[in-house]
Design a protein around this ligand. Structure first.
Ligand SMILES: [Fe+2]
Length: 386
């Protein structure tokens, strides 16, 4: 998110002495990406962010992954996930490859302090409310929000009261960015992009939390490590820069429609290393004479297509068992398209109220053990007349 923000107290010049009212020198931390060459932020800590008292390995859950073999289109009913646990340790792995891991949780508890050193995390809030608390401050989020948590951000998830916070979590091995074609040469969201800077929310004030001997779980490619910090990491009195957690509501996505069916890239919302994320939101159907509003059968030969169905009526999937909380996987190697009768039912309709999140990966996805538990085995056969 290459848009500058400044929060809390800051010295007039970077890399200069900055003290509290008692004369104590704050510790300046530069959090930077791509080897000091891309986006960064400067954070001012009351205490040293390096002062760890202990470090111990944490037993890492073994995630068995299964090839999608025989290669099949699949349907997973994520609402088979029991409610409970927290949004970090309660995640259930659905699909994964070397670029991305997709998981789901219906969290009701506050998570431990956590930091992902492997890549950015993109969290989609299907239902409920939560607050992302981090070294950057508080970021309240609601149903329909995407939340980008940059790699290395120390954070925790606090669910709201009432219903569980249902989250689809995309753990990237790299960064999650705004598609470059939406950005001007100097980084502004362009006219014609389906969202603008006004739609972006970020922490607005420091979150100061006291405490000593504070555990933080860090995940790297080697597994989980639990540090104990001498002081609470949420001791940042101010920060500024272009690297921070941010949220964007799918309900603020401005759909692009056309005379005839528009391909999924018009719905693109984020770009990752090895994947893209698209938002299908309520919109007018294609309005040309004789236009067919639902997609054609298609083979997207370089992608595995994952769609999370998160609201409205899924016209093209009628009769397939797909509903709220479903995920479909249409892998490379399989031609997919609307279920039988969907085209005829859609003809003449003016609009759709569907809400869905699509994640297209550029390398095949493997199935987590939990995916097999919540799979609907009938889905692959719903296109055939018998
Ligand atoms: Fe597709």
């Amino acid at each position: 998110m290459a848009h500058y923000r400044a929060v809390g107290e800051l010295p007039r010049k970077r890399h200069t002495q900055f003290r509290d009212t008692g004369g104590h020198l704050y510790t300046e931390e530069l959090m930077s990406s791509a080897g000091f060459s891309e986006e960064s932020s400067l954070l001012y800590h009351r205490h040293s962010p390096m002062a760890i008292l202990s470090a111990e390995p944490v037993e890492t859950p073994v995630h068995q992954l299964h090839d999608n073999h025989p290669v099949l289109p699949r349907h997973f009913a994520l609402h088979g996930c029991p409610e409970g646990g927290d949004a970090v340790s309660g995640r259930r792995l659905l699909l994964a490859n070397d670029d991305v891991r997709l998981s789901y949780v219906a969290g009701t508890e506050t998570s431990p302090l956590f930091r992902d050193a492997r890549g950015d995390q993109l969290v989609y809030i299907e239902a409920g409310q939560a607050t992302l608390e981090s070294v950057f401050g508080r970021l309240p989020v609601n149903e329909g929000d995407y939340v980008v948590v940059p790699r290395h951000t120390t954070h925790r998830w606090v669910p709201g009261v009432g219903d569980p916070a249902r989250m689809l979590i995309v753990e990237a091995s790299g960064h999650v960015n705004i598609p470059s074609r939406y950005l001007s040469t100097r980084g502004q969201l362009k006219e014609g992009a389906p969202y603008s800077e006004r739609d972006v929310r970020a922490p607005a004030e420091p979150l100061l939390d006291d405490g000593t001997d504070v555990p933080v779980v860090v995940v790297t490619s080697g597994g989980l490590t639990r540090y104990v910090y001498a002081n609470h990491p949420f001791d940042v009195v101010g920060w500024d820069g272009c690297l921070y957690p941010w949220a964007f509501s799918i309900h603020d996505f401005e759909p692009i429609v056309g005379l005839v069916h528009q391909p999924p890239p018009v719905h693109q919302t984020f770009a990752g290393d090895g994947f893209v994320v698209c938002s299908f939101v309520p919109r007018l159907f294609d309005f040309g004479p004789d236009a067919i509003p639902v997609p054609y059968a298609h083979a997207n030969v370089d992608s595995d297509e994952v769609i999370f169905y998160t609201g409205g009526d899924f016209m093209s999937r009628a009769g397939s068992g797909i509903g709220q909380g479903s995920v479909s996987l249409h892998p490379s190697g399989f031609v997919h398209g609307p279920q039988p009768g969907s085209v005829e039912r859609a003809l003449g309709l003016a609009r759709t109220d569907e809400l869905a999140v699509m994640i297209d990966t550029f390398r095949p996805l493997r199935l987590g053990a939990w995916a097999l538990e919540v799979e609907d085995p009938a889905y692959a056969w719903t296109w055939a007349p018998r």
